[in-house]
Design a protein around this ligand. Structure first.
Ligand code: KG4
Ligand code: ZN
Length: 335
């Protein structure tokens, strides 16, 4: 089965074609980051309008790149949530309309299920069951994945998501939006022993996270210090070290709770090199293995949506003709 995937939940338009036999055939992405940068965050109305402009041309590009026409497709998958309602409606409307016009099934998929299963697109995919750490701009979750479609949330952030904490701290450091990757780059020059940031909630049992205090701690440290480049790098380093160590401790705990040996990391913050190195090291010591999507599939993309849609269409699912989107949608409510 060959499926066209459409991702429009936030500020990236992603389109891909996935084939159940041959794997990923092509994927294309348009990032709106320069549109939103001057506002310091995503402006939903601008995001929706840009998705309207970009989605159909990207579908044409993807088909051209794969040397295919619409007749070569057997299904369409689009992100139905969670995300910005207007942005989701663009992908859902285009996906449903093309499915109707081309007479092939269309299915709305869960954005976080896409992130969760993105490592399945790699040459050595994880085997079920595994624990997944989902770390994006909107989510921080540890998920128990028994098989495709069966997800139990073991713990999540009680306040800010990790990506959000990265972005807010980056903003305080004058790094622009979205600043996660820029903060990570600055942290490379930082002295790890100059500042020590707290590791939130590690003394308490459980798998919940909290990152808003860390952002406040960063704000207070920034206010107290002169803002030369080295100090900013040292603060970035201290912040990143605290986040990474906290995530490692909670992941180790989740592996112990489940007794499982595989960890999957997904979502935009999964691109963070310090986090990747720290988790790889921890899993080595634990005698387990960690799986990451390739860099470009950590952040939003159409490939993960095409993959999930293909699995669900193969299982005989499809969405009705109504264009339903779910701005808030928990992973644990998935069939
Ligand atoms: O998964 P994603 O593309 O979008 C959401 O669904 O939220 O994640 C975006 C988030 C942003 O907060 C961004 O700052 C963060 O991922 N991010 C990073 C890095 N690259 C992206 N955070 C830390 N280090 C990075 N290298
Ligand atoms: Zn995402």
């Amino acid at each position: 089965m060959r499926v066209l995937g459409i991702e429009t939940s936030c500020d990236e338009t992603g389109v891909a074609i996935y084939d159940s036999e041959q794997g990923l055939l092509t994927h294309v992405l348009y990032s709106q980051v320069t549109t939103h940068r001057e506002y310091g965050g995503v402006v939903p109305e601008l995001a929706s309008r840009d998705h309207i402009r970009k989605t159909i041309p990207l579908i044409e590009t993807a088909l051209n790149q794969a040397g295919m026409s619409q007749n070569d497709l057997h299904g369409i998958a689009y992100t139905a949530g969670p995300g910005l309602v207007g942005a989701l409606l663009v992908g859902a409307t285009i996906g449903q309309s093309l499915g109707f016009a081309w007479n092939i099934p269309a299915i709305g998929v869960h954005h976080m299920e896409g992130h969760l299963l993105a490592p399945m697109l790699e040459p050595i995919p994880p085997e079920f069951p595994f624990v997944a750490l989902l770390v994006s701009g909107g989510h921080t979750q540890l998920v128990k994945v028994t098989r495709i479609g069966q997800y139990e949330i073991l713990g999540e952030s009680v306040d800010d998501a990790v990506g959000e904490a990265f972005d807010k701290t980056a903003n305080l450091l004058g790094l622009g939006y979205p600043g996660g990757a820029a903060l990570a780059k600055l942290a490379e020059q930082g002295n790890p022993s100059r500042f020590h940031f707290p590791r939130p909630m590690i003394d308490r049992p459980g798998l919940e996270f909290s990152f808003s205090g860390l952002k406040t701690f960063a704000a207070n440290t920034i206010t107290k210090q002169a803002s030369d480049t080295q100090t900013r790098a040292d603060i970035a380093r201290a912040f990143q070290d605290a986040v990474v160590e906290t995530l490692i401790i909670k992941c180790r705990r989740a592996l112990h709770v489940t007794g499982w040996k595989s960890l999957v990391v997904a979502g935009g913050v999964g691109a963070n090199l310090a986090l990747r190195a720290g988790l790889t090291n921890m899993l080595e010591k634990e005698g387990g293995k960690v799986y990451f999507p390739r860099h470009e599939f950590c952040t939003d993309n159409g490939a993960m949506i095409a993959y999930v849609g293909c699995q669900r269409l193969l299982a005989g699912e499809k969405s009705g003709l109504a264009i339903d989107v779910y701005p808030r949608w928990s992973l644990s409510n998935l069939e």
